[in-house]
Write a protein that binds this ligand. Structure first.
Ligand code: 3PG
Length: 207
């Protein structure tokens, strides 16, 4: 898979933290019901890998990927769990090489021109701009468009339903990432109807 394909399913990729394995499938189903199919499940909880595995098996409409992939072991584990892609918060040549060896499409994180150049030199043309708001937000993405006209971005970090539209209007932004579709308290309450509503609203950000 070319990671740019991920942007073709909708305007927002939810960045998901799951604490209870039993929440994984209903949460994924709730997002899919709201029109959100690309799901980034972060490797931040002890159950993250079994959650990815469960979603990959039980929710065929979902395109599940692993977020917070920081090293070779993370990438290997994500691939073994059935993930379709990986997202890293930063970029190292090691993570770039390992994902290529594993055949695991990677959306690598960058925040500076040097990181863009390093990831691009290793063959990555679609990059996660992280942490988007803290690292310069929309002005930074506009500035990147000059020297990096052939590179597109998935800004993530600090984006809200109110600001997402402004990011998505930039020509070099293909999709946004954010945790607002799966608020911790809503997941804790197993309020899947609210998750579906948030997903539907996010899907409508770009008709
Ligand atoms: C993350 O990795 O936590 C994402 O960037 C999500 O950021 P957000 O919570 O600000 O949307």
């Amino acid at each position: 898979m070319n990671t740019l394909e991920l942007a073709s399913y909708g305007p927002v990729i939810p960045v998901i933290v799951i604490d209870r394995l039993e929440d994984a499938v209903p949460l994924a189903e709730a997002l899919v019901a709201g029109g959100v199919r690309v799901l980034e499940v972060t490797l931040r909880t002890p159950v993250a890998l079994p959650c990815m595995e469960a979603i990959a098996k039980a929710v065929p409409e979902a395109i599940v990927g692993a977020g917070t992939v920081r090293n070779a072991l993370d990438a290997q584990a994500a691939r073994d769990a059935g993930c379709h892609f990986a997202v890293s918060p930063g970029y190292t040549p090691e993570i770039g090489r390992v994902c290529q060896e594993l055949g695991l499409p990677l959306l690598p994180g960058v925040a500076t021109g040097s990181e863009v150049m390093t990831a691009h030199a290793d063959g990555y043309h679609f990059l996660k701009f992280f942490p988007a708001t803290a690292a310069g937000g929309i002005p930074m993405l506009k500035a990147f468009a000059g020297p990096f006209a052939d590179i597109s971005f998935c800004p993530t970090g600090g984006i809200t339903p109110e600001t997402a539209g402004q990011f998505l209007a930039l020509p070099n932004v293909k999709v946004c990432g954010g945790s607002w579709l799966t608020p911790a308290e809503v997941v804790k309450a197993r309020d899947w109807a609210t998750i579906t509503r948030l997903a539907r609203e996010a899907s409508a950000l770009r008709p």
